[in-house]
Design a protein around this ligand. Structure first.
Ligand code: TXA
Ligand code: MG
Length: 334
C-alpha cells in the first residue's frame, strides 16, 4: 500500500529519485513523474498499464515556464491562458526538443497545463522539472477524485499519495488545440465549451471517437466501471427495476422509489451542474464497488458541464452499449 500524507518534501525526494507519486489537482488525482526523465515517465505507463501511443499532459508551476517547452503560443492560446491558468485547461502546443518523445507519443504537439491546487503548485515550485501526469487510474477505468480511489486502484504500485483532499472539479481538464489558429476542443472537460467560447468565439468540437483518435481520450471505452452501465433519458421513465437489490441508480437530483437508498447516487440535490460534476466519479466508484448487476444513469441537461458529464457517462456505458442496445436495457428492466 502507498503511504498517504501532505509532505511535499517527501513527494519531491521521490520524484527526484525517478519515482512515480500520486498528486492532487483540482480536476482528478494525477500519477506524476519527472517529465524530463524518460525512464521515470516510462514507469507511469507501466503502473497505469497504459499503451505508449497515448500521450501525457505536462504540468507546469506557471505559464512563464512555457517557453522552455513549447515553440510557439498562438495569440488565441494566450487569451485562454490569461483567463484560465492556473486551472483545468490543457493546451496542445508545438513542442520543443526539451520534451522527450515518450511524453507526446512522438506527436509534434505537447499537452500542457498549470493545475490549480495549492499543494501541487507548491510541489511544482519546489522542483526544477515539470510533472507528466495522466489521471491516477488503471487504463480505461474511472478517474480518481479522492485518495481512497487511488489507494484502492494502484496503491500497491506506488510509494506515495500526496493528500490534497477531494478534488473540487471532479472532471478532467478541457483540452484545446489550434488548427490554423482556430481553437478546437479535443476533450470536453471541467471548463464548459460555452466558457471557452466567451473568450475566443465559436470553437470546433472533435467529439466522435474514431479508429485513430487525435486525442486518445476520445476512445469510446474510457472511464468505464466494471458493472454494466445503461444511460437513460430520465430515471423515472423506467419505473422500478424488477430486481432492485441488484440495481444501482445515478440520478441528477431525484430520489428514485423502489431502489435501496445505498444503491442510489444523487449527483446534486439542488440540481447544480458543478456539484454534480464533483460527485460523478465518486458515485461511479462507490456503485461499482457494490458489484451490482447493472447501474442505470440518467442524462443531465446537455448544456455547460452537463455536456461533459453526459459525454463521460456515454463512455462509461460504452462497453454495455456495444453488447446491448438501449432497447436491451429496457428489456432488462421490464
Ligand atoms: O485534468 C486532467 O487533465 C488530469 C489531471 C491529472 O491533470 N489529467 C488527465 O490526463 O486527464 P490523462 O492522461 O488521463 O488524459 C489526457 C488526455 C489523453 O486522452 C491524451 O490522449 C490526451 O490528453 N493528450 C495528451 N497529450 C496529447 C497530445 N500531445 N496530443 C493529443 N492528445 C494528447
Ligand atoms: Mg485519464
Amino acid at each position: 500500500m502507498a503511504a498517504i500524507g501532505k509532505n511535499i518534501g517527501r513527494a519531491g525526494r521521490l520524484l527526484y529519485g525517478g519515482k512515480v507519486v500520486a498528486i492532487p489537482t483540482e480536476t482528478v488525482y494525477g500519477l506524476a513523474a519527472n517529465a524530463l526523465d524518460e525512464f521515470a515517465v516510462a514507469e507511469i505507463f507501466r503502473v497505469k498499464n497504459r499503451p505508449l501511443y497515448n500521450p501525457l499532459i505536462v504540468h507546469l508551476a506557471s505559464g512563464s515556464e512555457l517557453e522552455k517547452y513549447v515553440a510557439e503560443v498562438p495569440s488565441v492560446a494566450e487569451k485562454l491562458i490569461q483567463k484560465f491558468w492556473p486551472g483545468p485547461l490543457t493546451l496542445l502546443l508545438p513542442k520543443k526538443d526539451s520534451i522527450p518523445d515518450i511524453i507526446t507519443a512522438s506527436l509534434p504537439h505537447v499537452a500542457v497545463r498549470v493545475p490549480d491546487h495549492p499543494l501541487t503548485l507548491d510541489l511544482l515550485r519546489s522542483l526544477d522539472f515539470p510533472l507528466a501526469a495522466p489521471s491516477a487510474n488503471p487504463y480505461c477505468y474511472i478517474s480518481p477524485t479522492r485518495t481512497a480511489h487511488v489507494q484502492q486502484q494502484i496503491g500497491d504500485k506506488i510509494p506515495y499519495i500526496l493528500d490534497g483532499g477531494n478534488c473540487q472539479q471532479g472532471l478532467e481538464s478541457t483540452i484545446v488545440g489550434f488548427e490554423q489558429n482556430t481553437p478546437t476542443i479535443y476533450r470536453l472537460g471541467a471548463i464548459a465549451q460555452e466558457e471557452i467560447e466567451e473568450v475566443v468565439g465559436k470553437v470546433k468540437l472533435h467529439r466522435h471517437a474514431n479508429a485513430r483518435p487525435v486525442s486518445p481520450g476520445m476512445l469510446p471505452f474510457h472511464y468505464s466501471p466494471s458493472t454494466p452501465l445503461y444511460l437513460v433519458d430520465k430515471v423515472e421513465d423506467f419505473g422500478p427495476a424488477p430486481d432492485p437489490a441488484e440495481t444501482g441508480m445515478i440520478s441528477f437530483y431525484k430520489v428514485v422509489d423502489g431502489v435501496p437508498e445505498q444503491h442510489q447516487a444523487i449527483l446534486s440535490p439542488t440540481a447544480n451542474l458543478s456539484e454534480a460534476a464533483s460527485n460523478l466519479y465518486h458515485a461511479l466508484h462507490r456503485l461499482d464497488a457494490l458489484n451490482l448487476k447493472r447501474i442505470i444513469a440518467e442524462k443531465l441537461p446537455d448544456v455547460g458541464l452537463g455536456k461533459t458529464i453526459n459525454e463521460r457517462l456515454r463512455k462509461a456505458a460504452g462497453k454495455t452499449a456495444e453488447s446491448q442496445s438501449l432497447y436491451g436495457a429496457r428489456a432488462v428492466l421490464r
